[in-house]
Ligand binder design. Structure first.
Ligand code: N01
Length: 547
């Protein structure tokens, strides 16, 4: 009877279909959520995707030099042994096109496209309490109703184009790296300005400099970077990965960051300086994010962190030949790895090229953009192309822009006015049956992303299976559980050096007006997995489940 009433309410509204689950986004998380809910639980499910293909973050971020900073053998799904055995990566760090090939392979292999509607951007979602249904509207005006709404929208998918006056008057072309044109951009013979020196700018600069007539890099905050040492994978390594797949997965599940290596037990401060430097040197030569794992105390003890910071500063000054440039590049205002630590291929070496200029916009700020280029407080830099590598409205941005409204007409924007508040990063009080994969408050961006993604998707799937088994229709985080979790997210962050990077996107500090709240859970992925499992085992403690 209840079902009939719900159907007629939906029919009156002209909604398309009534689904068990609707997933927003067809990146890593959306694809796996589709597999789990459709093929494991047999739910009726629709995925809506704004792009015209799968890939999520990797679909949009196709800027020059876009490459993953997790190693390829760890940056993939681990739920299917056959997939792991069949797929072969070509390089230590996969380039964006190779990740796209992988995700397209997954979509084909598991026959996912028939449940994905592409070119479909969600513009609103509201919860109808009487019907216990979510109503989802798209840009084209289509409407869907669903019992469970699951956001798989990624953490870094809302481009942050800085509000610099005069941009509209610029006579050249401008691009944001997170909305890169599919046909690519030809820099040949062009004067290019690159704004931003985070992971993206650091990856893009060396590649742009190879073809541009001139590249001007506008740096506001200097950044650490460690060489990636990317290279083709050897047949021996490829064999090692296949033969040890289970063990590698086990390590990824046991570590703080979902990485395929352990953080050393050694303490930087308990290691004599020469020996310590030898460890740093070895990590520098090996390359990659493992540098951060050289010592146990790097992320919790400022004096220990200083030793790593000092080592990298020294390296910058050795690599960059112009002492004035080296001074600007090594004048870094935050402890190492308190912003997401970039890894690079010839970033600092790029400043030794004749066609590259560094502009310190901390010393002389960007004042405006003029028809012919960027004007700082002390000069005009004539440009043909501006590339904004200025990051994202991270974590909350992709959720807030969808106009989600929960119980009693309360919008997510209202609920999160003072910053994100949820339980486990997965559920928000007042928004029943809405799950947010890798939402703020989860370890997500502090990890090798596929690891938290698989854990979230599996937890959500198990939760829905549990509800079906027990005839439960609705799940909602309690206010009390949310308050405790927010407290725990704060406490775990404060136990590390992470909040010391005052301009970090982890804190929302890169977007004017955004509340300054440390967003990801810093207690570690392994601990988080355990917490989630215990909550489920404890009859979903902190959630209200009802029939
Ligand atoms: O963005 P960011 P990103 N004027 O926010 C500057 C992931 N990622 O795209 O620090 C001048 O880190 C800003 O300066 P400041 C990874 O998680 C992964 O580089 O605010 N400058 C900063 O230098 C990463 O952390 C990979 O002072 C302005 C830069 O723009 C995350 O994405 C690769 C400005 C933004 O840095 C974001 O990285 C790439 C302004 N008005 C990215 N506004 C992998 O390898 C901003 N800036 C997987």
């Amino acid at each position: 009877m209840a079902d009939v009433m719900m159907e007629s309410t939906a029919a009156k509204r002209g909604d398309v279909g009534d689904l068990d689950a609707l997933v927003i986004g067809a990146g890593f998380s959306g694809l796996y959520q589709l597999i789990c809910l459709r093929d494991r639980l047999g739910l009726s499910i629709q995925v809506l995707e704004a792009g015209d293909g799968v890939g999520g973050t990797w679909y949009w971020n196709r800027y020059p030099g876009a490459r993953c900073d997790s190693e390829s053998h760890a940056y993939c799904y681990s739920f299917s042994k056959e997939l792991m055995q069949d797929w072969e990566w070509s390089e230590r760090y996969p380039e964006q096109p190779e990740i796209m090939r992988y995700l397209n392979h997954v979509a084909d292999r598991f026959d996912l496209r028939r449940n994905i509607r592409f070119n479909t951007r969600v513009t609103a979602a509201y919860y109808d309490e009487a019907a216990n249904r979510w109503h989802v509207t798209t840009e084209a005006g289509e409407r869907f109703t669903t019992k469970f709404l699951i956001t798989a929208v990624g953490c870094l998918s809302t481009a942050n184009v800085p509000d610099i006056s005069g941009l509209e008057s610029f006579e050249g072309r401008w691009y944001h790296t997170g909305q890169w044109p599919h046909e690519g951009v030809d820099f040949t013979g062009k004067r290019v300005g690159l704004v931003g020196t985070g992971s993206t700018g650091i990856q893009a600069a060396p590649v742009i400099a190879e073809t541009a007539a001139h590249l001007t890099i506008f740096q506001r905050t200097a950044n650490y970077s460690v060489p990636a040492r990317n290279a083709p994978l050897t047949p021996e390594f490829k064999r090692y990965v296949k033969e040890n797949a289970a063990e590698i997965r086990q390590i990824m599940h046991a570590t703080r960051n979902g990485m395929p290596f352990f953080i050393s037990e050694r303490l930087a401060l308990a290691t004599p300086p020469e020996e310590r430097d030898a460890f740093y040197q070895a990590a520098w030569e090996k390359g990659g994010l493992e540098f951060r794992a050289t010592f146990q105390d790097l992320m919790v003890d400022k004096a220990a962190n200083d030793t790593a910071a000092e080592f990298i500063r020294r390296k910058i000054c050795e690599i960059v030949k112009d002492p004035a440039m080296a001074a600007i590049l090594s004048d870094i205002d935050h402890p190492y790895a308190t912003k997401r630590p970039p890894i690079d291929t010839n970033y600092f070496e790029t400043f030794n090229r004749d066609n590259v200029t560094l502009v310190d916009v901390k010393a002389a700020a960007i004042e405006r953009i003029e028809p012919s280029g960027i004007r700082t407080s002390d000069a005009l830099y004539p440009l043909d192309i501006i590339v904004f590598a200025t990051g994202f409205d991270a974590m909350t941005g992709p959720l807030l822009r969808m106009n989600i409204t929960g119980r009693n007409g309360k919008s997510l924007a209202e609920a999160w006015e003072a910053g994100p508040r949820n339980y486990l990063g997965l559920q928000i009080a007042g928004f029943p049956n809405l799950f947010t994969i890798t939402g703020p408050g989860s370890p997500s961006v502090l990890c090798n992303m596929p690891v938290p993604i698989e854990q979230h998707v599996e937890w959500i799937t198990d939760c829905i299976a549990h509800m079906r088994e027990h005839g439960l229709e609705r799940i909602e985080a309690t206010d009390e559980a949310v308050a405790k979790w927010v407290e725990q997210v704060n406490t775990t962050a404060k136990a590390t050096l992470l909040p010391l990077a005052s301009s970090s996107w982890y804190l929302g500090a890169n977007v004017p007006g955004k509340p300054r709240v440390f967003m990801p859970y810093a207690g570690g992925m392994a601990r988080y997995r355990e917490i989630c499992a215990n909550i489920a085992a404890n009859n979903y403690e902190g959630f209200t489940l009802s029939g």
